[in-house]
Design a binder for this molecule. Structure first.
Ligand SMILES: Nc1nc2c([nH]c(=O)n2[C@H]2C[C@H](O)[C@@H](COP(=O)(O)OP(=O)(O)OP(=O)(O)O)O2)c(=O)[nH]1
Ligand SMILES: [Mg+2]
Length: 134
């Protein structure tokens, strides 16, 4: 199974990035993530980004730019559970509203020097690296 995911690196004026905690029942549960979700059929990644970020954080993205795209294969013990994710990552600096964990998920603004204190899915290594060098 291959799934495309739209992901936001939301960065504020203090250069902090917004992270959210995945629930224990989700794939890669209990890890921190950059908010986002699956791209649906008949939707571009950028459209999915705007939709998911409104659903998850209640904010309206005003503009976003492509940051990177990462393909990663998660291999599970049960091969039926293995999946390849394509993470289309966007740099987001401009939005309307105040982010909230709309789905009850903990959210945090973290600085580049704090980011290594959080555990992310392995596919996120390159994203974290890019953010550190912005
Ligand atoms: N949102 C997000 N997903 C990530 C990141 N890193 C990473 O490997 N993933 C993986 C985990 C999941 O397999 C997939 C994203 O799915 P998701 O669970 O966020 O999708 P969704 O918001 O549509 O939610 P759901 O209702 O299906 O749970 O991508 C990340 O930083 N953010
Ligand atoms: Mg999601």
């Amino acid at each position: 199974m291959i799934i495309r995911v739209a992901v936001a690196a939301i960065i504020n004026q203090d250069k902090e990035v917004l992270i959210a905690k995945r629930s224990k029942d989700q794939h890669q549960g209990n890890k921190w993530e950059f908010p986002g979700g699956k791209v649906e059929a008949n939707e571009t990644s950028q459209e999915a980004l705007h939709r998911e970020i409104m659903e998850e954080l209640g904010i309206d993205i005003q503009s976003s730019s492509e940051m990177t795209s990462i393909t990663h294969e998660y291999i599970e013990e049960n091969p039926d559970n293995s999946k390849t994710v394509i993470l289309d990552v966007f740099d987001v600096r401009d939005w309307r509203g105040e982010p909230k964990g709309v789905e009850g998920q903990p959210i945090r603004w973290v600085t580049v020097s704090e980011i290594d204190d959080y555990e992310f899915p392995i596919a996120n290594v390159e994203i974290v690296n890019i953010i550190k060098h912005l």
